[in-house]
Ligand binder design. Structure first.
Ligand code: MLT
Length: 242
């Protein structure tokens, strides 16, 4: 398996992702929220990149079946039913619903991978499920696409990518992989015993704490707590296992 890692979506063109297997990682919080919503019974999640796309999708669907969710700079969007805290996506809220999700970085990263052969949603909460699936599928070319924050690298996404790489093992061929893959793996190996503390010390964790979302940090770093596999295909994200 050939593997590469992209630290932020603008560092890669849609064409470079074409026909490859892509795992989109946005630990805080889009990936974690999507997985939590699907685990709690949402029918599907439609990722959109801006307000007008969200309105367009919403107006094409039965208003009874949809929930508009998302954030800008971490804060809920006025007029939307939900923000982007995974803890808002409880079974009694999302059961059977189509979630139209509009976030600052994560949903844009997913859309960037629309030409990929397969797009999977990755986070700490579904790490082992993802590793098992990738081992079984053994894709020829795998790209880990970190959402980052406004075209900058994010510590928590790199750490999660590093953990995924560590679990995939690669047969100890660490000298043969691209530098980004090595850096993420080294980062994880350095902090493997302090994941929660390191994520809590990241720039976006500080931003979320200042907005009152401390509990999201704990939820997002609970490894394997949402063992769901989710795939983005033809515009929607659906649960394929779990
Ligand atoms: C994003 O997509 O930028 C994030 O999920 C932001 C957040 O809500 O924490």
């Amino acid at each position: 398996m050939w593997i590469d890692l992209i630290v932020t979506p603008l560092a890669v063109s849609e064409d470079e992702l074409r026909d490859r297997t892509v795992v989109v990682i946005d630990v805080l919080r889009a990936s974690t929220t999507i997985l939590t919503a699907l685990a709690n019974g949402a029918r599907e999640v439609v990722p959109v990149s801006d307000m007008s796309a969200a309105s367009r999708v919403a107006s094409s669907l039965d208003p009874q079946t949809i929930l508009l969710g998302g954030e800008r700079n971490g804060s809920p969007i006025e007029g939307y039913h939900l923000g982007n805290s995974p803890l808002e996506y409880q079974p009694e809220v999302v059961q059977g619903k189509i979630i139209i999700l509009n976030t600052t970085n994560g949903t844009g990263a997913i859309l960037r991978a629309r030409l990929a052969e397969e797009v999977l949603i990755g986070a700490f909460v579904n790490l082992s499920a993802l590793v098992e699936y990738l081992r079984h599928r053994n894709p020829k070319e795998l790209i880990l696409l970190c959402a980052g924050w406004r075209n900058r690298i994010s510590l928590e996404d790199m750490l999660c990518a590093g953990m995924l790489l560590d679990r995939l093992e690669l047969g100890g061929r660490w000298e043969e992989v691209p530098d980004g893959v090595r850096i993420a793996h080294l980062l994880y190996r350095t902090y493997a015993d302090r994941l929660q503390q390191v994520v809590a010390s990241s720039s976006h964790a500080a931003r979320l704490r200042s907005l009152g979302y401390e509990a999201d940090l704990e939820h997002a770093t609970r490894v394997d707590s949402v063992p769901v596999l989710a795939r983005y295909h033809e515009g929607v994200i659906r649960k394929i296992h779990g």
